[in-house]
Design a protein around this ligand. Structure first.
Ligand SMILES: *Cc1c(COP(=O)(O)O)cnc(C)c1O
Length: 439
């Protein structure tokens, strides 16, 4: 199992099984990490984040110089990570006042921040204007009017993109599709609403419309959805130039490319995704007779997903004879709700017995009070014993970002590993943390 997880890039780049038969990440023995910091523990491999960021950034710069890679911080936003993203020369995509405030705290250059979201509040919009964000990606008429008015009040001219709903199907779970007509995100083209948004934006002196954005969803393993959405977006841009004199100066297909959660997943290598996207954009520009615009991509999961590994300790083991073996972990849906909300699938290994061959299948259950709190159903593992350490790879994106205090769970500690050195970047929560907001 461990070998397959390594060769299929489900585990971080620096992962290996050490001579003791333990999973090692970033030169650190995960059994030691669990011993030092307790479990559940999230371990991030810095080298993997650096490598994924560089793969996006360097390929895109080489094949399409007028471009920018933004890290979609909703995948995971923490001070250490946003500082690293800034150091790696990526821009940032934020979707809330909280993410924006964090970007401000770590001194992120605001001209490289893009602000998304289908219902930005007046306070959020005002803050974005005050901080002079690079772009606001406008998602509704309500927001368009609000932004135009507040920008005028502040005497600012805000650069914007309009988020299109191109009406294409991404091959992913329903909850992760965003480009279809029946979606809360963006202005539909087919209904004429996108064109009306363009007209209103062009008529507002306090707004500078640079182009369009069309994120079609997340967890996508094929490029055809991007090709389709981009073709539609560019044809729309051509019409807008013809009818309203709009020049397309910037275009973003969003993010969403998938990673390997299990050895069965076959994500395209990141440089290949970048090359294909640029080819798609160039072809769309050529077909419509438009100048190739500045290209902005927004990966989240593919920057941090593979870098993170969740570690849990096995507690109760319940055998239902002839049916199933439930192996209960000391975490679950409070730190990883993805299996419960969209049937996300994961692989696992026993980090303290990583070179042992599997026995029968077991079900890795969480400790929270929901029957749906199961992290992995029927996965072959060496028969687990209480006290074993379970590692679930590909836990770096959308786990902690969506984590909760359900059952008054304490959110896990987070440790970053690099060159054999662990660095605790977040301590485990305590009851005091949970009570800090209670009056
Ligand atoms: C979520 C999101 C992304 C990033 O998606 P990933 O699947 O993490 O790459 C990018 N852009 C927008 C607008 C998003 O909503």
């Amino acid at each position: 199992m461990a070998t397959e997880l390594l060769t299929r890039q489900v585990l971080p780049d620096t992962a290996r099984v050490n001579p003791a038969g333990h999973l090692e990440i970033g030169g650190c023995d995960t059994v030691d990490l669990a011993h030092t910091y307790g479990t559940p523990l999230y371990v991030y491999d810095e080298a993997t984040i650096r490598a994924r960021a560089a793969q996006h950034r360097d390929t895109l710069r080489a094949v399409y110089p007028s471009s920018e890679v933004l890290y979609a911080s909703k995948a995971y936003a923490a001070p250490w990570l946003l500082r690293l993203i800034r150091e790696l020369d990526l821009g940032l995509d934020v979707v809330s006042g909280g993410e924006l405030a964090l970007a401000e705290r770590v001194g992120f250059p605001m001209e490289r921040v893009y602000f998304h979201g289908n219902n930005k509040t007046p306070d959020e919009v005002r803050r974005a204007l005050e901080l002079r964000l690079g772009r606001v990606v406008v998602d509704s008429f309500h927001e368009l009017d609000l932004l135009a008015r507040l920008a005028a009040e502040l005497g600012r001219r805000q650069r914007i993109l309009i988020r299109l709903s191109p009406g294409v199907e991404a091959h992913t779970h329903d909850y992760r599709k965003t480009g279809i007509l029946d979606s809360k995100f963006g202005f539909p083209i087919s209904t004429g609403q996108a064109e009306e948004a363009v007209q209103r934006a062009l008529a507002a002196p306090s707004l500078e419309l640079l182009g369009f954005h069309a994120h079609i969803g997340s967890g996508i393993y094929e490029m055809d959805g991007y090709a389709e959405a981009t073709a539609i977006g560019f044809e729309f841009a051509r019409q807008m130039r013809e009818r309203h004199g709009l020049e397309l100066r910037e275009y973003s297909p969003g993010g969403g490319w998938g990673i390997a959660y299990t050895p069965a997943d076959r994500p395209m290598p990141i440089p290949e995704v970048m090359r294909q996207l640029t080819r798609i954009v160039r072809e769309a520009a050529q077909r419509t007779g438009l100048q190739p615009p500045r290209l902005v991509v927004e990966p989240g999961r593919s920057i941090v997903g593979t870098a993170g590994v969740a570690l849990y300790t096995v507690g109760a083991i319940k055998v239902v004879p002839g049916l199933r073996t439930f192996v209960s972990l000391d975490g679950g849906m409070a730190d990883n709700i993805r299996p419960a909300i969209y049937g996300a699938r994961y692989a696992a290994l026993l980090a303290n017995r990583a070179s042992e061959p599997p026995d029968g299948p077991v079900t890795l259950a969480g400790k929270y009070c929901e029957s749906g709190d199961v992290l992995i159903k029927d996965i072959p593992l060496p028969a687990p014993r209480s006290g074993d350490l379970v590692a679930i790879p590909a836990s770096g994106a959308y786990n902690l970002a969506m984590s909760s205090n359900y059952n008054l769970a304490y959110r896990p500690a987070v440790v970053v590993v690099a060159d054999g050195e662990p660095r605790l970047v977040r301590r485990r929560e305590t009851i005091e943390d949970l009570l800090a907001t209670e009056l």
